[in-house]
Design a protein. Structure first.
Length: 400
């Protein structure tokens, strides 16, 4: 109610009530959020934690957490602020170098009774905590009205047929069970009776099996889905695909109309992040190089040929030269992206190997799953061209 006014008996706007939740972040490429108890006892220095407290969103970095996980969790928090809070929430990123914000973060959790922050901070060490989280298998159901009864057929989801946004139809209502939570997706053209039935079925499904104490039922409407629901679907993002190899006047897809285009200008007005301290730079450098197995550097000489760069000169870049850096990483199969997994399985199939990491066929004709513990080398090539370098450097580069 505005100052000087009074509440109306016809239209009363209620303030949105948010449920305070604490999430533990898992994964590197595709980050997943595990709801945990909103307590200091849930913290673990091996992970990044996201505290969703309505208009206050906090991202807490454990001192042993990975850099990629920290960046992914911050990006996820920004999605929550944009999609669900209309950019009105205060987003705070907390590192171990910021004791003041650590105290503010601990004060919002249960089990914190004040005291020395350094002692509370060290109690979050993972020495007595097990990290046995496994990715839940989502189950998608369609709410269907039969003749005098309700039907709940399950939609088949496999590694070859993952969940995608196109599975959800506007005339239907769906239930998504991910064990830690239950989501109700309501189509914009769905029947009102279906919506009422889905609300009851969602609560019954939540109580049907034993779940964590933090499990709740979400209701998402088409077009305004939460970031948490979108994270369980493959490649669900509103970013417009752009082909940078085409001309500027043909970049926008021909099928996109003015109403379909979404322009996000928040990045233009976002404050710059403060520079990293030398300690943070050293820590990030060690994390990036943790999985690095081999590093080869090459530089172009006067005869337009690339030659190996001496070890003592690696790390120094000059504006008149061009460099090629070949990095070999040892990566777990579980950290592969979708595209990288397809390439890996294709290579394994071509080689005709029969190990668990290959796309082999068993006696029943089903495809085997890759071994989660298998480690395989992944090569990444970086090309660096100085601003004063010859223009023939890039055309001369070829990966053989």
């Amino acid at each position: 109610v505005m100052e000087g006014g009074s509440e109306s008996g016809f239209f009363q706007v209620e303030e949105t009530v948010y449920v305070k939740r604490l999430f533990k972040c898992h994964g590197q490429n595709n980050i997943l959020l595990e709801p945990v108890e909103c307590s200091v006892r849930s913290l673990d220095h091996r992970h990044v934690f996201l505290l969703d407290d309505g208009l206050n969103i906090m991202v807490w970095h454990g001192k042993h957490s990975k850099l990629t996980q920290q960046k992914k969790a911050t990006l996820f928090a920004e999605k929550i602020n944009k999609l669900e809070r209309k950019n009105e929430a205060d987003l705070v990123v907390i590192t171990r170098f910021d004791p003041e914000r650590n105290g503010e973060f601990f004060s919002k959790l249960d089990g914190y009774e004040g005291g020395e922050l350094s002692i509370v901070y060290e109690e979050c060490s993972p020495k007595d905590k097990e990290d046995n989280y496994s990715v839940p298998t989502p189950k998608l159901y369609e709410v269907h009205l039969g003749v005098g009864y309700l039907e709940l057929p399950q939609i088949e989801i496999t590694s070859l047929r993952p969940m995608v946004r196109e599975m959800l139809r506007s005339q239907k209502v769906y239930l998504l069970d991910v064990y830690t939570d239950v989501f109700i997706w309501v189509g914009s053209h769905s029947d009102r009776l279906l919506r009422t039935a889905a609300a009851r079925l969602g609560n019954e499904l939540l109580k049907m099996i034993e779940r964590p104490a933090t499990a709740i039922v979400y209701t998402d409407f088409e077009g305004v889905e939460s970031a948490l629901l979108r994270s369980f679907f493959s490649n669900w993002d509103d970013v417009l695909a752009v082909d940078y190899t085409r001309a500027a006047d043909k970049v926008i897809a021909p099928s996109a109309t003015k109403e379909e285009l979404k322009v996000d200008l928040t990045a233009l007005f976002t404050k710059r992040e403060p520079p990293f301290s030398p300690e943070e730079c050293q820590e990030y450098s060690e994390q990036w190089n943790e999985e690095l197995e081999k590093l080869n550097c090459f530089v172009m000489e006067g005869n337009n040929r690339y030659v190996p760069l001496p070890v003592e000169e690696q790390g120094h870049f000059y504006t008149e030269n061009c460099y090629i850096v070949l990095c070999t990483y040892l990566v777990f199969i579980t950290d592969f992206t979708d595209d990288l997994m397809e390439q890996y399985l294709a290579i394994k199939k071509k080689e005709g190997t029969k190990n668990e990491g290959a796309e082999a066929t068993d006696e029943n004709g089903e495809e085997g799953d890759p071994d989660e513990e298998e480690v395989t080398p992944v090569c990444k090539v970086f090309f660096w061209q100085g601003r004063d370098a010859s223009k023939v450097c890039w055309p001369q580069f070829s990966l053989r």
